[in-house]
Write a protein that binds this ligand. Sequence first.
Ligand code: NAD
Ligand code: TYD
Length: 361
Amino acid sequence: MPVHHPRRVLVTGGAGFIGTNLLHYLVPRWTDASFVNLDAVTYAGRPSNLRSLETSGRYRFEQGDIADRERVAALFDEHGFTTVLHLAAESHVDRSILDPLAFVRTNVLGTAVLLDVARGAWQSADGSYGDVRFHHVSTDEVFGSLGDTGMFDETTPYDPRSPYAASKAGSDHLVRAFVNTYRFPAVLSNCSNNYGPYQYPEKLIPLVILNAFHGREVPVYGTGSNVRDWLHVEDHCSAIERIVTTAPTGSTYLVSGGEERSNLELVGLLLDLVDDRLGRPRGTSRRLIRFVLDRPGHDFRYAIDGSRLVADLAWSPTRSLERGLGETVDWYLANLGWLDDPQDESYRAWVRTVYADRPSA
Ligand code: NAD
Ligand code: TYD
């Protein structure tokens, strides 16, 4: 039975990868809700992803920074949000190694500003909250790195190891501090690596697909033996919906795709799929793999025990990795023009500085 009914929804970071998919997922489903998407439009944000939602009359885009307190407060005043789905973040580990302060500013300070404004807007004179809810979307990277065995669960101690992970850990701690101190009605989720449409091609899966299509080298860090657990973004969206509407206030859930693969295994699968789709003999694209200098402090393995979410809220992922990767390859090959906008120069500059000049392992 739902414990929260979203009516006026603020999505932060909705022009990014997961936010875009989440808005496409929720706007048609929550038919009596209105949505505001607050996004700063960094290199990773594309409001044009959501143009088709504008005709719904229930979706509005606002360009702005979550760390800008006045702006955030004005939006709360204007819209009286009942629900915040907080996704805005700097999200890429490699960039956090180059520029950690940008991550602290958005992920820690930005989250603190949102929490503070929402608390002020939502708390009644007697200190209680009505039917309002703040869902903080976070990552399993806050738990650190696993060896060959073991899994993260909701009781795993925090041990972030990259500036990105540390900034997300800081934001999680702030959310829990607000729950504990003010009884602020927040829920948290920490999920594994997402994949699917609209992901900026600095992340492994779109990078591999696009590089293979263009016949460019595919950089694999170190030996490619690092392991990630892959979650299709639409499964993540359904988990967010389940958690924000039904999880008890103050609770945390880990969201797993249940699909662990080593990077080299995953890259091989993707390259074979690209070959199949383009009518190339299998193995053609595997020749593009180049083992490059490892990421500093590269976490070896992430894996999630997602059984609490299954047991408490009856949620499970629906897409196998095999099916999800096939659909994802199809989407990128059908949407090669998706990045053809002025910001694409940012991507080309990124490729030049980080990948093209990266020494081989
Ligand atoms: P993304 O980088 O694709 O998108 C982030 C969005 O946030 C962009 O649209 C960007 O413009 C916006 N943004 C950045 N700074 C902002 C600011 N100061 N104010 C307002 N908007 C700002 O990221 P994503 O992959 O969609 O991740 C979304 C959330 O999910 C993040 O909080 C991330 O930590 C979390 N997460 C992602 C993954 C994953 O695999 N992608 C896994 C676990 C958790
Ligand atoms: P990434 O998509 O950056 O996600 P995260 O670092 O948050 O897990 O990377 C996924 C894995 O792929 C990670 O182990 C790093 C590795 N990787 C490569 O081997 N080559 C690449 O070009 C990229 C971007 C990542």
